[in-house]
Design a protein around this ligand. Structure first.
Ligand code: SF4
Length: 410
């Protein structure tokens, strides 16, 4: 804590307590801070829609339960700066006038969760968490909940069930958690990357934050880059940085002689983009206009030695394993999609399988209870369209054409 404070940590508390909660919400809304957990909804608007007259008690849940393949940004925030998270949660809870905050941590990040718990104790000892914080009259209890370690636990309503001690199945979205969330009380949920921007916005202003983006993007953004690049890793860059710069400059580009086949721009449940999209600014609206989603800004890069059928199969196996099992179309349907894909990937597929995949995907997406299944089929449908020739080649030749490429070292 001393190191963090010596670098200016916790200064935003004074800036927050000098303002009325609704003023902070206005500043955050003016900054156009958009949710970094995947949905991209305006953070300030979400807070304002919760309503200043929401009944008490009110809760704030900070979500650090990232689990998708290729998504690892929240991990760096958790392990790198637990006090940064605590500071962000305090000022955000003050803006929302929430009396209790729960920080929900991915099960596999257990050590980080314990570190965060220790940091909360330190903050309590320093009078930064608990009653009458810094003499402001504001009280906040804060605790860490370590997830059971399943992907669905990070879904907003499943997370609420998990915190309450129930099986983490998603809940009906009506009424919204902001109306009836934890223990039926108004609850606001935000991704941790979203919240850690709030203290900086308070200290430096909404104009400063907006100016940190480029191409119309707002603020800085954490980009995870993985796949066929020289330097996979995490990069903090202006929101709106073109995909070309991200992949070829910051992530070191592809191996010599290789060409780009495509990339997933925003995590495992977003549609593929192609080389023609390399100049799309990596920001919410431009990526949506290009036919995908910025999501968590987790970019997975495919080069011309990567079989897109196998990549898609890998993703579908992940989603099949992580279905919560509550509804049949998702629980049984996604594994079936994966099974058909595996047949095609091995060279034993039939042309009818491509039609079957599309038809089943539509049924599964429409008839499942939560957004998990529709999200799971997005990369599959996109892959079938973007890489149709590769699917046909597997079926026509009865083998994976990439085996030959990789074995020859070409
Ligand atoms: S769609 Fe899948 S994850 Fe969502 S409730 Fe149904 S089984 Fe669970």
């Amino acid at each position: 804590m001393e190191a963090y404070r010596s670098l200016g940590g916790y200064r935003s508390l004074d800036a927050a307590f000098a303002r009325k909660p609704e003023e902070i919400i206005e500043i955050v809304e003016a900054a156009n801070l958009r949710g970094r957990g995947g949905a991209g909804f305006s953070c300030g608007l979400k807070w304002r829609l919760r309503g200043a007259d929401a009944p008490r008690p009110r809760y704030l849940v900070c979500n650090i339960d990232e689990s998708e393949p290729g998504t690892f940004k929240d991990r760096y925030l958790l392990y790198g700066g637990p006090h940064q998270i605590i500071e962000a949660v305090i000022v955000s809870a003050y803006a929302l006038q929430a009396e209790k905050a729960v920080i929900f941590v991915r099960g596999e990040y257990g050590k980080g969760g314990h570190g965060l718990h220790r940091a909360i104790k330190e903050a309590e000892m320093a009078g930064l968490v608990g009653s009458n914080i810094c003499g402001s009259g504001f009280d906040l209890q804060m605790e860490v909940h370590i997830s059971g370690g399943r992907y669905i636990c990070g879904e907003e309503t499943a997370m609420l069930n998990a915190i309450e001690g129930w099986r983490p199945n998603p809940r009906h979205k009506i009424p919204r958690p902001s109306v009836k969330g934890l223990w039926q009380h108004p609850t606001t949920t935000n991704n941790v990357e979203t919240l850690v921007n709030v203290p900086h916005i308070l200290l430096n202003g909404s104009d400063w934050f907006r100016a940190l983006g480029i191409n119309g993007g707002c603020g800085p953004k954490l980009f995870c880059v993985s796949g066929m690049v020289h330097h996979p890793g995490l990069f903090e860059l202006p929101c709106g940085t073109p995909a070309r710069e991200l992949i070829f400059e910051h992530a070191g580009g592809l191996a010599e002689g290789r060409t780009l086949l495509g990339f997933i721009p925003g995590g495992a449940s977003t549609a593929f983009l192609l080389p023609e999209h390399l100049d799309v600014p990596m920001d919410f609206d431009p990526v949506a206009k290009a036919g995908s989603r910025l999501g968590t800004a987790s970019v997975i890069v495919l080069d011309d030695t990567t079989c897109p059928v196998r990549v898609t199969l890998n993703l579908m196996r992940f989603f099949a394993r992580e279905s919560c099992g509550f509804c049949t179309p998702c629980r049984d349907g996604i594994p079936y999609l994966a099974q058909i894909l595996a047949t095609i990937a091995s060279g034993e597929g039939r042309a009818e399988d491509l039609v079957l995949l599309e038809e089943l995907s539509g049924i599964i997406a429409l008839q499942s209870f939560c957004a998990f299944a529709p999200g799971a089929i997005i990369p599959l449908i996109s892959s079938l369209h973007c890489f149709h020739d590769h699917y046909e080649s597997h079926i026509d030749t009865g083998r994976c054409p990439f085996d030959a490429v990789n074995k020859s070292g070409a």
